[in-house]
Design a protein around this ligand. Structure first.
Ligand SMILES: Cc1cc2nc3c(=O)[nH]c(=O)nc-3n(C[C@H](O)[C@H](O)[C@H](O)COP(=O)(O)OP(=O)(O)OC[C@H]3O[C@@H](n4cnc5c(N)ncnc54)[C@H](O)[C@@H]3O)c2cc1C
Length: 381
């Protein structure tokens, strides 16, 4: 079987790895450079309990995503030769006032009922886990199994492992269109008119997934949601768990970098870092860890989260073109969901039963036009 993956981000890399391991001849076309868009910009959380805001199919998907990641991470590191720095520190979600405490207690209740581990901590217990935390913190949730990874290395790990399994990656190759014959995918066309043939095509083009022509009948819109990150330098080990408040996040890297973010903005394809973004993020960080006011600024960047209208991933076969699949719309959770998405697409392509019910994430859900765009709380969701 010949397969084409459109997009060389973390999702395209993971899909290519799984398809190549199944024996397909895989070519990945990346319009620019591999792994330099959302997958590069992310904070790297593998945190189902911080990604989902309520119980339901998305939370279940995130939990399955974490399990799928745990199941492959050692093999991925071995096959790629890349250590994705899967860190064992958990996540700490803090509250400063009564309303925040109530929100966190409610989160703890539904997550426990859904089978997740979450500890409710008094301020002194939270300070034991993160001694640099503000004394104004009045309550915290600790999610010990919610971890983090170095997402740039993780993306390269999927790509290197896919290459080791035989997949080919082509940079500077923008796919313009999916070509079909009698309703079946036949290949992809490039801007210069040339065609590369394949039996299976996977659209993993992130925020640009809706620009690829040939799947218009599916009526799926994808759009970018900008996130901004400010990176500081602290002594390695200055913070333990990743920290969350309703205003922002702080994710330490092993080498001492502190990744602070990340806000949600409708800014089109504009990847600027803005004064307002910097102000929001720095005040959120200073509120959580006032002692960090003196740490050195290193760099700042912005990236585009790939969203669909209902903010849920789109995973499955196109209802209009057989053999064309979507692995897109992962919005704020594509790092967490990377392993599971690769596994699910490989299962669908091979005709195996997927490990979860994919109906809520099916591309067919958009066809009758009833899904309207969910407004995003631009500060934090
Ligand atoms: C600031 C920020 C923080 C985040 N934090 C987290 C986090 O902590 N945890 C988490 O799970 N997720 C997080 N995310 C979300 C995560 O980064 C994304 O969901 C994920 O990276 C999406 O991966 P992707 O491969 O679909 O998209 P991308 O990484 O954007 O890759 C898509 C690729 O397709 C290529 N492409 C586009 N069009 C074409 C074409 N026509 N032909 C060929 N190639 C094409 C692009 O150049 C790009 O390289 C964050 C995102 C941002 C922006």
């Amino acid at each position: 079987m010949k397969a084409i993956v459109i997009g060389g981000g973390i999702i395209g890399g993971s899909v290519a790895w799984r398809l190549a391991r199944d024996g397909a001849t895989v070519t990945v076309f990346e319009r620019a450079r591999l792994g330099m868009e959302a997958s590069w910009a992310a904070a790297g959380l593998i945190g189902p309990q911080v990604e989902a805001q309520e119980p339901g199919v998305f939370f279940d998907l995130c939990m399955a995503g974490k399990n799928a990641f745990d199941a492959i991470v050692d093999r991925l590191a071995r096959e790629s030769g890349v250590d994705p720095e899967y860190d064992q520190h958990g996540a700490l979600y803090v509250a400063f006032d009564d309303a925040g405490i109530e929100r966190l207690k409610s989160r703890a209740r539904w997550q426990r009922e859904a089978g997740a581990r979450v500890d409710e901590l008094a301020p002194d217990e939270a300070l034991k886990l993160a001694p640099a935390l503000s004394p104004s913190v009045r309550f915290a949730l600790y999610m010990p199994t919610n971890r983090r990874t170095e997402n740039r290395k993780l993306t390269m790990a999927y790509i290197r492992a896919a290459e080791a399994a035989g997949a080919a990656f082509r940079e500077g190759a923008r796919v313009a269109e999916i070509v079909a014959n009698s309703g079946r995918a036949a290949g992809v066309r490039f801007d210069d008119g040339s065609v590369h043939e394949a039996d299976v095509i996977v659209n993993a083009a992130g925020s640009w997934a809706g620009e690829i022509r040939g799947l218009e009948a599916d009526k799926i819109r994808f759009y970018p949601v900008r996130g901004q990150i400010i990176c500081f330098e602290a002594p390695a080990g200055a913070l333990g768990p990743s920290l969350f408040s309703p205003e922002g996040i702080l994710v330490p890297r092993r080498d001492g970098r502190l990744i602070a973010g990340s806000i949600f903005e409708d800014a089109g394809f504009n990847k600027s870092v803005t004064l307002a973004g910097i102000a929001t993020i720095t005040s959120a960080v200073a509120a959580m860890v006032p002692g960090l006011r003196g740490v050195a600024f290193r760099e700042a960047w912005a990236g585009l989260r790939p969203a669909s209208d209902d903010l849920m991933p789109v995973i499955g076969e196109s209802p209009s073109v057989r053999g064309a699949f979507y692995a897109a719309g992962h919005f704020r959770s594509g790092i967490l969901l990377s392993a599971l998405t690769g596994e699910l697409i490989a299962d669908l392509v091979a005709g195996r039963n997927p490990s979860i019910d994919l109906a809520p994430f099916s591309p067919a859900r958009f066809q009758n036009g009833s899904i309207k765009r969910v407004p995003i709380d631009m500060k934090h969701v």
